[in-house]
Structure formats: C-alpha cells, structure tokens
Write a protein that binds this ligand. Structure first.
Ligand code: HEM
Ligand code: SF4
Length: 594
C-alpha cells in the first residue's frame, strides 16, 4: 500500500506549474494562431475541450503544405443528463453558429460540439455558462459528468438519484477561479451546478486552500461516477471508477452499495493496462454519500499512479492492492469502519425509449438517436425537429447513457401533435426501428477523434443494416443484445462489457492511399446488463466481413440457446469466444496521447 515511486509524469509537472489550471491558456486564446500548444491543450481538457483536427483533410492539407485543420470539441457537463428547453436551444444555436451543425449526445449523458474554431471557443464556453450549463471538468483529471438514471419519473427513488448526482457533481467540481477568469472574464455566474465554498468533509493533512479535495495536482487521471438502480442499470454502473447502486426500502433510497474500480480504457500496446468492472466496496447510508465519495477520491488522489499515466486510474490501485486493502485505507481516511455491501444484484436495463407515464399525470417520450448524432440529413431532420419541439412546448429533456434523448413533462393532450411532429421531420419512433439498432452504440472516431485508427460512428449504420438482415433471416429480429463499436481500444462506447464488442484494430488502405473502415476485433460473451466483460472471438476482421463472422454464432444461438437466454449469456456459457478476456486485452496500435 505504498505510493508508486518515480519521476512524476509530464502532465503532473504541467498541473503543478499551471497555477490551478491557468498556464498559458489566456494568452494563447488571443495569439491569432489556429491552434494552441500541446501543454495548453492538455490543460484545456479540464475546461471541457479537446484540441482536434479534421482528419478527413489531414493528408490532403499535408500534401499542400498546409497546417492541420485545427478545431475544438467542447463537452457540456450536465449531471444526470438534465437540461431545460432554453438550455437545449442554446446548445442548438451554438452548434449551428460555431460548430459543425450537429450535436453529439455522448455515452455519459453530455452534449459535445464538434468543429469549434479557436476564435469561437471563448464565446461558446461563455454562452454555455450563461445558459447555466457548464463545461468545467467535462474532461481532464477530475470527477467527470456524474451519471444518473434519466427517467423523469418524479417518484422519490428517481428524484433521489438525480438529487444525489447533482450534489455529487457540485461537491467535486474544481474550485479554482481559473475557469471563470478565462472564459467569463472573472464573472462567477450563480449556478446550482457550481461548487459550494467550504472545507473538505474528510479533512486530510495539508488540505489545499484553493482545492481542498483535489489539491494542486488534481486527480492522477479522469474519475467517473454513476448512480443506478438494481432493476435498471442504464448508466452502466460497473464501467465507472465509483458507482452507487441504490438500496430501496419502502419506496425510498435509504443507502447505496458502493462499487469501485471500474474503467474500460486501455492503452494500446501497454500490457499493464486492461478494462475492469467495479467491485463491491461497502453499503453506505444515503447521508454518508459525499463523505465516503470524498474518502475514495482522496485515497485515489494520494495513491493513484502519478509517474505513469497509463496506470493512473483507480482500477489499478485496486488491482495492485486487492479490494480489502483498499477498503482499509478508505476506512483510515474516514476514521470509521465501513459496512459490508448488501446482497443486491443488477437485474435489468431500461433504455427509456418510447412513451411512458411519469407518475405525475405527465408523459415522457424517449427518442432513439442513432449513435447520438443530432443532425439534419435528407428527410431525417432531427436537429430542426428538436428545435421546433423545444420552441413549441418549452418542456425539459434528459440525455441517456445510450446516446439518446428523453422529452419530459409532456401534457398527454399533446401526444397526437407530437406523434405527427415526429412523422413530419422523418424521425422514426422506437417502434419503427429494429431492436439491434436500438441497442447499439458507436464512438465518434473519424473525422474528429485524434486517436481513432478505424471508422466507427460513420460506418455503424451500415453494419447494423447487415446485422438487421441477418437477424431477420434467422428469425432473431426481436432479440435484445448490445452491439458497441469503437474506433480504437480506448473504449469510449463501452465495448468491453457488451454482448458484441467491435474494437477498431487497424486502418485498411485503399489503392489510392485513402482509408476504408478498417479491421476490427470482435468480442463476445459480455452482458446486456453490463456486469461481465467479454472475450476476444476474432481479430483483424475487415469491416465488410463482420456480419459473416457473426453468422455461425447467431446460428448456434438460434438452435442451442435455452428459453429466454440472451446472446452474451449464451456465448459465455458455451465459451464460444476462446481468445483472451477483455480484462487481458492489449491491442497493438498507436500510443494514446490523453
Ligand atoms: C483511456 C482512454 C481514453 C481516451 C484517451 C479517450 C479519449 C477520448 C477522446 C479524444 C474523445 C473525443 C472524441 C471525439 O468526440 O471526437 C472521447 C470521447 C468520449 N469518451 Fe473517451 N477516451 C478514453 C476512454 C473512455 C472510456 C473508457 C469511456 C467510457 C466508458 C469514455 C467515454 C467517452 C465519451 C462518453 C465520449 C464522448 C463521445 C461518445 O459518447 O462516444 N472514454 N474520448
Ligand atoms: S474509442 Fe478511441 S476512436 Fe473512439 S472516441 Fe474514444 S478515443 Fe476516439
């Protein structure tokens, strides 16, 4: 249980020198260049933005002796995926005025703008804040967007989860004034999502005055938290560094089973990195949420690896120490014993699509958004449709961890008009799309993500077309299982605990030197409920052969499954995939720069 020794990584030195996340960002914003330096870009992540370039034109520009087409991704943090109609409309306008005309709903209940130019970065972030949303800590080595079940049911249990996610997000937001100084010229907008001043709840020796929870060096690496219900693991709680699984008695959340050490990111070619699912730590009464959260975060802060960023997540501390030693250390920080976890299991996942009763006389409607991309393309005009919807009805919305949107607080009298509106803008209702499309996800990859080795979002619809035809011909069209694709091993669409995981492996070149989709690693045997990692089935599968590689698996599933058995469970029971477990998966590829 020692701290890792060695020279702090470059990013640690940068954080130390940054004066609480300032460094040269203010000056570089004004220097007239299209890009910022690598150091400033590293710190910019804490402010919610990644420097990227348009990879579709990278080669061409290089040939012409031009610099990269720099642009910025800006991520809007919204705990539990909640936003008002006005906030939605602000995001829509920003995406059209300064972004690439699309909004991207992420797998962590946030919006991303893509294609923001440096000259528009300040206006974009300031406008987000004026709408009482934030980009602070949407990326970077801090507590990221906090997840909670988005169903707007307004019952005590769902309300408790949303309230606790808000409180958690607020308590663990960075407190340095750098954010407001840089983006709002020092104006601190009164925002319920901004942190309350005050000391840490679990004081430790030498607590920093500016950042009492994080200290000057913040976390060793990103830290992700989710709240879920046992009967609805829609936030994929085990994929997070820390998860809170609600314990409900007499219709009230009385406490949580805390799970720790999940994280799916791997570093290509580094054998010491692997995906992991969170393990049970303790049961805590609801009132202890922030205190226990703080103890876990502070242990991670103090013992996470700061010499090697590839091993800096909490999952490696727990792997190296064992969960019992980790629990002892958390107890030492808390100066109290923890209670063993309650015996509760995750039993289902709901994607909240379609029409539902809220329980207060209102309705909510979940609209599936393919790979989270809100755009207008041909007859499909989701971007325009949502703008009209929010302008007309003014009701709030929630984003889901499956990259979709839930329209909340709908007056039942408006249902016929809303159904007509869907048709008018060419938007399929959940009943009109296939089960396999409904339960699939893909990360952005090309052209924005600097780490992508293969396509993902742009080719997933084609893959799903093929899978739909295959499933239909085998009579399996109604089967519910998750298919998740990423353009590299980092795992942003959570491929490693899905029924079918497709992870970008290598770029395939065409004769004229361009890229086609690429080759993929197929993983099988995870679970729709998210509580099991999958196993490598086939490697280096060219995109156009993925469906034919899956065909025999689906045939066996059709003929040999037990009644009601899900695809991932079947593959797991029969050991259909015989490669390495995702927990030992290491791909060869480009090095991660995050
Ligand atoms: C450790 C490795 C990882 C690195 C270096 C990394 C880096 C990135 C980058 C650069 C993007 C922006 C891509 C774009 O929008 O163009 C991104 C998106 C995203 N990442 Fe990661 N990521 C990692 C792992 C993960 C994991 C394990 C998760 C969640 C389980 C995750 C969740 C997300 C989400 C939610 C997005 C937004 C887009 C989406 O929903 O697909 N990331 N990541
Ligand atoms: S999985 Fe890889 S390619 Fe996809 S968004 Fe994440 S880092 Fe980029």
């Amino acid at each position: 249980m020692d701290k890792p020794v060695g020279k702090p990584s470059k990013v640690e030195a940068l954080k130390q020198a940054s004066e609480y996340l300032r460094l040269s960002i203010p000056e570089e914003l004004k220097d007239g260049n299209a890009s910022i330096t690598e150091d400033a870009a590293t710190l910019l992540k804490f402010h919610g933005s990644y420097q990227q370039d348009d990879r579709d034109v990278r080669t061409q520009r290089k040939r012409e002796g031009l610099e990269k087409a720099f642009q910025f991704m800006v991520r809007v943090r919204m705990p539990g995926g909640k936003l008002t109609a006005e906030q939605y409309l602000t995001c829509d306008k920003l995406a059209r005025d300064h972004g690439n005309g699309t909004l991207r709903i992420t797998t962590r209940q946030a919006f991303q703008f893509h294609g923001i130019l440096k000259e528009d970065l300040k206006t974009t972030i300031a406008t987000v804040n004026r709408a009482l949303l934030s980009t602070l800590a949407a990326c970077g080595d801090v507590e990221r967007n906090v997840l909670a079940c988005p169903a707007p049911k307004h019952d005590p249990v769902h309300n408790a989860l949303q309230d606790d996610a808000d409180a958690f997000a607020s308590h663990f937001a960075p407190r340095s004034s750098a954010y407001w100084d840089i983006w709002l010229d020092g104006e601190k907008i009164e925002n319920p999502a901004f942190p309350p001043a005050g000391p840490a709840l679990v004081p430790t020796e030498g607590d920093d005055k500016v950042e009492p929870i994080y200290g000057k060096l913040y976390m060793p690496r990103k830290f992700k938290t989710a709240f879920a219900l046992p009967e609805d693991n829609c936030t994929d709680v085990f994929a997070n560094d820390m998860g809170f699984l609600a314990v409900v008695e007499h219709g009230q959340v009385v406490g949580y089973n805390v799970v720790v050490g999940g994280g799916l990111g791997t570093t290509p070619s580094a054998a010491k990195t692997f995906p992991a699912l969170a393990k049970p730590l303790a049961y805590i009464p609801r009132a202890d949420l922030l205190r226990v959260g703080e103890a876990v975060i502070k242990v991670t802060r103090d013992f996470g690896n700061r010499t090697d960023r590839k091993r800096a997540r909490l999952k490696y501390v727990i792997h190296d120490w064992g969960i019992d030693a980790f629990r002892e250390k958390v107890e030492e920080y808390l100066k109290a014993k923890l209670t063993p976890p309650r015996d509760i299991q995750v039993t289902d996942v709901c994607d909240h699509m379609g029409w539902h009763q809220q329980g207060d006389g209102k309705l909510y409607l979940g609209i599936p958004v393919e790979n989270g991309r809100v755009l207008d393309r041909g007859d499909y005009r989701l971007l325009s449709a949502l703008r009209v919807f929010f302008e007309t009805y003014g009701t709030p919305a929630r984003l889901t961890c499956m990259q979709s949107i839930v329209l909340a607080d709908i007056d039942p009298a408006h249902k016929p008009a809303i159904e007509a509106w869907l048709g008018e803008f060419g938007i399929a209702s959940v009943e009109e799309i296939s089960t396999v499309r409904r339960w699939s996800m893909a990360c952005p990859a090309f052209p924005t993500c600097g780490l992508a080795v293969t396509e993902s979002e742009r080719v997933m619809p084609t893959l799903i077309d093929g899978l739909e035809a295959e499933l239909k011909s085998q009579g399996l069209a109604d089967e519910r299982f998750t298919v998740r694709m990423t353009g590299c091993p980092n795992g942003c669409a959570r491929p490693y605990n899905s029924d079918i995981g497709l992870v970008g492996r290598s770029a395939l070149k065409t004769d004229d030197g361009g890229n086609v989709a690429g080759t993929y690693t197929i993983f099988l045997g995870g679970s729709t409920l998210g509580e099991r990692l999958n196993v490598l089935y086939k490697d280096y599968v060219p995109f156009d052969q993925i469906v034919s590689e899956l065909r025999p698996v689906l045939e066996r599933f059709r003929t040999e499954r037990t009644a009601g058995e899900r695809l991932g469970d079947f593959c797991h029971r029969h050991g259909i995939a015989t490669g390495v477990s995702a927990s030992k998966y290491v791909a060869q590829g480009s090095e991660t720069v995050d």
